[in-house]
Design a protein around this ligand. Structure first.
Ligand code: F6P
Length: 328
């Protein structure tokens, strides 16, 4: 049996651990494994490399993806997808493992529709993939964002300043909400629950009146009220904290995966090969509670993992002035 593996979309810490798990589980079955370079773009171009046991050594702890990744416009077209499917067929590939976020899993579904046996593994720092509690890379990115927020809080408290911190997440507020709670932010602003400027400013004034040493706002990059807007509102308010703005950006996406992400990637990679051996296709490996499960890709695609409103409410309460802000 010959299978192929690719990583696609934004890289996420733990992708390498997943590639290694796919390869080693397949080798244990005496299967051959081909690594596809640069995601779907590399697939369209036929950039295949045979993997061996030693070749996937030493990558478990590395961030990024050793296979490379891309956001391919060519593969987005029906012609590109037809070419990709024929590349796999011509190479004698009997199963494909796709490691990536929602866009990548949509690509996997398109290949399944063209008769390719395919299994998806969710990997994105955004935690927006439907059908899994968490995706590979989320835990590492969350810890990176949290470390940055802790550092910013030190300097904020020393100067009695407001700091607005923008975190990644595309259209999803998961990273902002969770890093805001874990980092003790005064306000969290996410796309799913719209925070009004007046509400933020009320919390802001209250913090100043209570003589808080800092005012930390964590803003998701996809929030309607942007980090830049909030920063400007604060600085335009006389006689209160002055604000500094930090956009965390790509530091959240790189770095060595946490133990959680390495273990999740190892389990999902193993499970993906298990699924191919059971002749499964068109599914994604998801995590539900403590167990992995198979979810049809056509359920995953087109849906977005919702953010829990109870957790959002908890963030407000723990910030210490629930009567001042009511987003819900
Ligand atoms: O999906 C992961 C992510 O890092 C998002 O959080 C962010 O919006 C996007 O990718 C950035 O994409 P690019 O790498 O194309 O700049």
């Amino acid at each position: 049996v010959k299978i192929a593996v690719l990583t696609s979309g934004g890289d996420a810490p733990g992708m390498n651990a997943a590639v290694r798990a796919v390869a080693r589980t397949a080798f244990a079955r005496r299967w051959e494994v081909v690594g596809i370079e640069a995601g779907y773009q590399g697939l369209v171009e036929g950039r295949f490399q045979r993997l061996d046991n030693r070749g996937v050594g030493g990558i478990l702890q590395r961030g990024g993806t050793v296979l490379g990744t891309a956001r391919s416009t060519e593969f987005a077209t029906p012609e590109g997808q037809a070419l990709a499917a024929s590349r796999l067929e011509n190479a004698g590939v009997e199963g494909l493992v796709v490691i990536g976020g929602e866009g990548s899993l949509t690509g996997a579904l398109r290949l399944k529709e063209r008769g390719i046996k395919v299994v998806g593994i969710p990997a994105t720092i955004d935690n927006d993939v439907w059908g899994t509690d968490t995706s590979i890379g989320v835990d590492t990115a969350l810890n990176s964002a949290l470390e940055a927020i802790d550092r910013i809080k030190d300097t904020a408290s020393s100067h009695q300043r407001a700091h607005v911190v923008e975190v990644m997440g595309r259209r999803c507020g998961y990273l902002a909400l969770m890093s805001g709670i874990a980092g003790g932010a005064e306000v969290v602003s996410v796309p799913e629950f719209e925070a009004k400027p007046q509400e933020i400013m009320r919390a802001f004034r209250k913090s100043w009146e209570q003589d808080k040493p800092h005012f930390i706002v964590v803003v998701a990059e996809g929030a309607p009220l942007s980090a830049e807007d909030i920063h400007r509102y604060i600085n335009n308010t006389e006689g209160a904290f002055e604000s500094r703005l930090t956009v965390l950006g790509y530091v959240q996406r790189g770095g060595s995966p946490t133990a959680f992400d390495r273990l999740l990637a190892s389990r999902m990679g193993t499970s993906a090969v298990g699924a191919l051996s059971e002749a499964q296709s068109g599914i994604m490996i998801g995590l539900e509670g403590r167990r992995t499960r198979y979810i049809p890709l056509n359920e995953v695609v087109g849906q977005v993992r919702p953010l829990d409103s109870d957790i959002y409410e908890m963030a407000e309460v723990l910030a210490g002035f629930p009567e001042e802000i009511s987003y819900l």
